[in-house]
Design a protein. Structure first.
Length: 117
């Protein structure tokens, strides 16, 4: 069973930056589109950014111009560079492989991002 491990979260002031990492226990990135999701308290999990196997990217409108998704297939890692963070970015961030309306793998524990105003 593939395990996804997210890291890099923390507490940051508004306007600051963080870089999240997602490592997989198997080499899944070369064969799958990958995405970052987030879930804020009391809200549904939402897709934030995605990268295809062809390296095309797309972003939620709320993060366009501020977040950048990338991946390193050789390291089995996907990254999310987050700049100009806002308090509304506060959430637990997860990675997974989107599959239609679903995801391919069991969710990891996520990494908490807290942005103070």
């Amino acid at each position: 069973q593939v395990q996804l491990v997210e890291s890099g979260g923390g507490l940051v002031q508004a306007g600051g930056s963080l870089r999240l990492s997602c490592a997989a226990s198997e080499n899944i990135f070369s064969a799958n589109d990958m995405a970052w999701y987030r879930q804020a308290p009391g809200k549904q999990r939402e897709l934030v950014a995605a990268v295809t196997t062809g390296s095309s990217t797309n972003y939620a409108d709320s993060v366009k111009g501020r977040f950048t998704i990338s991946r390193d297939v050789a390291k089995n890692t996907v990254y999310l560079q987050m700049n100009n963070l806002k308090p509304e970015d506060t959430a637990v961030y997860y990675c997974n492989a989107p599959y239609g309306r679903f995801v391919r793998y069991t969710w990891g524990q996520g990494t908490q991002v807290t942005v103070s105003s």
